[in-house]
Design a protein around this ligand. Structure first.
Ligand SMILES: Cc1cc2nc3c(=O)[nH]c(=O)nc-3n(C[C@H](O)[C@H](O)[C@H](O)COP(=O)(O)O)c2cc1C
Length: 206
């Protein structure tokens, strides 16, 4: 068993709050995770309310944590305007950061280095410190600015993991789709999970 990790999860105003909820639950349950640093943008809250019917207060109160299926004992919630928070500094140990879902607005801010909130700053720190940064970008269709921003961040070492669920594992429910996609995020964080995500060849075509 390796070291326990501290992971930052940022939720922004793109569609796909269900991915964030499931990721938080799995990190919360993982013995490999010691701390979850949680950041939610204004529009992240809006999308949570629209898609999951959950109004997220700051800090997360026990009732809402319960509704989200979170125990809260690992969660550290940060305000978006608190640029003096520990995760604003490279000296603070954070092992990985996931922005899920990631709007193209947040993608653009990080790609240009225009850090106007703590999500942008924390991501900037991950890049400058050479730590793992995963962006679950969600938008369709994509214009040239979005594509260029993704290329820029990939070239800087970020993992671009667009919210594109797969079907090769034959999902039967939306929950199957969401879980399989979130397990792929955990694969990129190097955190073990209960489900086989490796494609082993399937049917042999002759
Ligand atoms: C219900 C809803 C769904 C949205 N879906 C997306 C989306 O899928 N992708 C995206 O880039 N922006 C989406 N937006 C727009 C963003 O929320 C908006 O651009 C916002 O400024 C992003 O700010 P943030 O990155 O700080 O959260 C959506 C907005 C709402 C209200």
């Amino acid at each position: 068993m390796g070291e326990e990790r501290s992971i930052t999860v940022a939720v922004t105003g793109a569609s796909g709050a269900c991915y964030a909820q499931r990721l938080l639950q799995l990190l919360d349950a993982s013995p490999r995770v010691r701390q979850i640093n949680l950041l939610i943008s204004e529009n992240g809250r809006r999308v949570f309310a629209e898609e999951l019917d959950v109004d997220i207060p700051h800090p997360l109160n026990p009732e809402v944590a319960d509704r989200l299926g979170l125990s809260r004992h690992k969660l550290v919630c940060f305000q978006l305007n608190d640029l003096g928070a520990p995760i604003s500094s490279g000296s603070y140990p954070v092992d990985g950061m996931v922005i899920v879902p990631c709007s193209v607005g947040t993608l653009g801010a990080i790609a240009t280095g225009a850090t106007t909130n703590l999500i942008h700053r924390a991501a900037d720190v991950m890049l400058k410190e050479g730590r793992r940064l995963i962006l679950v970008v969600r938008e369709t269709p994509l214009n040239a600015i979005h594509l260029q921003n993704m290329l820029t961040l990939r070239q800087l070492g970020a993992v671009i993991l667009p919210a594109m669920p797969a079907f090769y594992h034959r999902p039967r429910t939306i929950e199957d789709l969401v879980k399989h996609f979130v397990y792929r995020i955990l694969d990129h964080l190097g955190i073990e999970h209960p489900q086989e995500t490796m494609w082993r060849g399937g049917r042999a075509w002759t």
